[in-house]
Design a protein around this ligand. Structure first.
Ligand code: GRF
Length: 216
């Protein structure tokens, strides 16, 4: 039985598109049940619609409080039969009650090697810090922003002459590979929340280790 995933977005939805593409593989352990956006005009929502996925536009401005919006979001996800939630550029803080209701069943992608550079402007901050490598992380969500247990990470080099735009593009390419892989691990119970860590049952291919600069 495939796990049913609800994807939460706010914008262009390129990670969402990567998850939808991965889920087209008959061997993938999850199917995308719906895509929900707090911005009904989000370009990602029309992308999902064109891909034949059920879409839900739920404007947070129509709700008097965060809690009331989150309750509506929760009801919509449950009505769609969702049992896993994947946040993909969902630019909205979520209430503790919502996050706790989905504990161990909701994941997020963040454009940095966590726990470095939580929050926004991660690429500028990585450059400012003189990082040689940068990357992205997929983690279980917890009430504290970008602080949940890490499922998987990908690393890219920071190259001479990079600016935030070129670096963001390199990280995004890694995101599009990492997120489907990480969701696949969770959907097949190969990555399981165990306290404040993630127990990983998948074997790690040593050839996939990344070094930058490559000195070998
Ligand atoms: C990505 O960089 C993701 O890591 C961050 O927001 C961005 C969303 O981009 N959380 P997209 O909408 O998936 O293209």
């Amino acid at each position: 039985m495939k796990r049913k995933v609800g994807i939460l977005i706010s914008g262009r939805g390129s990670n969402m598109a990567a998850l939808i593409a991965a889920a087209r593989n008959p061997d993938y352990p999850a199917e995308i049940a719906c895509v929900l956006s707090n911005r009904p005009a989000a370009p990602g929502l029309s992308l999902a619609d064109k891909a034949g996925i059920a879409t839900i536009g739920l404007d947070h401005n129509d709700h008097a409080s965060r809690e009331s919006f989150d309750e509506a979001m929760n009801a919509a996800l449950i009505a769609s039969g969702v049992d896993l939630v994947a946040c993909a550029g969902f630019m909205r803080l979520m209430s503790d009650a919502f996050v706790n209701a989905w504990a161990g069943r909701m994941i997020n992608i963040h454009p940095s090697i966590l726990p470095l550079f939580k929050g926004v402007d991660t690429h500028d901050r990585a450059l400012e810090a003189g990082m040689r490598v940068h990357g992205c992380s997929v983690h279980f969500t917890t009430p504290e922003l970008d602080a949940g247990p890490i499922i998987a990470q990908a690393v890219v080099p920071v190259l001479p002459g990079d600016d935030a735009k070129t670096l963001a593009a390199r990280v995004l390419t890694a995101e599009h590979r990492l997120y489907p892989a990480a969701l696949g691990l969770v959907a097949s119970d190969k990555a399981v929340l165990a306290g404040n860590r993630v127990r990983l049952e998948a074997s790690i291919d040593e050839a996939q280790r990344l070094w930058s600069p490559d000195l070998e």
